[in-house]
Design a protein around this ligand. Structure first.
Ligand SMILES: [Mg+2]
Length: 248
């Protein structure tokens, strides 16, 4: 008997944004370098600067942002810089300096975040044959600012930001929202992303046809990790996966 589900083939590709389509980690390193340069032009001791930047990055990494508390993500992150300056130097810093560090970091990171011409043309080609979805975790303001900076919204049929929803990847509910918005079924879709715990696990939980892990550092799969169906070093290799899937 003909299996209707299989005969439909892949109709839709769901992409993660950060470190999948854009080099967010690279833009972040560039932004920290700019803050480093800013701090060298202030009275802050040069021997403290690296520790201040590392302290900020630790706070960013462990950040849990709850918009219902009424603070903006900007004010939370300005406070990270304030505390990083305070804890490293042992004195209360000038609040204006924390402000300058934050906006130097934020604006530099946004400016450095771009869709490379190769990735843009890949998406432009793919959208002729597939419904493209963007599904990115993170708080609403930060992620929409990135999407705007990258000028990529028009390439996608649906753009979903985790912070706009009750649950983020890997939760089933946000994938269901994507499928409904795009008018597709899980088995019509492949999920492409760099995070095993959110993109790949989420894709598996949601029952997509295949998961594609972007493993740019050639990391080995951690023990106990979910296993992606395909692993490629860059999103630019996605056509190889699509060709293989077509043969199945
Ligand atoms: Mg990512």
């Amino acid at each position: 008997m003909c299996n209707m589900m299989e005969s439909r083939g892949v109709l839709s590709i769901i992409f993660d944004l950060d470190n999948t389509l854009v080099d967010t980690a690279g833009a972040g390193r560039f932004a920290i370098q700019k803050v480093y340069e800013l701090l060298t032009s202030t009275p802050v001791l040069e021997s403290h600067i690296r520790d201040i930047c590392e302290c900020y990055l630790r706070k960013l990494h462990h950040e849990s942002f709850d918009p219902s508390e009424g603070k903006s993500i900007d004010s939370v992150r300005i406070h990270h810089w304030y505390e990083a300056l305070q804890e490293t130097q042992g004195t209360d810093p000038d609040p204006d300096l924390a402000n300058s560090c934050y906006y130097t970091w934020k604006n530099t990171r946004l400016q450095a975040l771009t869709l490379s011409p190769e990735v843009r043309s890949l998406l432009e080609e793919l959208r002729k044959n597939y419904k493209l979805l963007l599904l990115t975790n993170g708080d609403t303001q930060t992620q929409w600012e990135k999407i705007e900076a990258v000028r990529c919204e028009g390439l996608f049929s649906v753009v979903v930001v985790g912070g706009d929803h009750p649950e983020q990847k890997p939760a089933h509910s946000i994938f269901t929202h994507c499928f409904k918005s795009a008018g597709v079924l899980p088995q019509d879709c492949i999920m492409v992303g760099d995070s095993l715990s959110t993109d790949i696990q989420g894709g598996v939980n949601a029952g997509v046809r295949a998961t594609v892990w972007i493993n740019s550092d050639c990391k080995s799969l951690p023990q106990g990790s979910v296993t992606p169906d395909y692993t490629i070093p860059s999103v630019l290799n996605l056509n190889d996966v699509l060709a293989e899937l077509m043969l199945k």
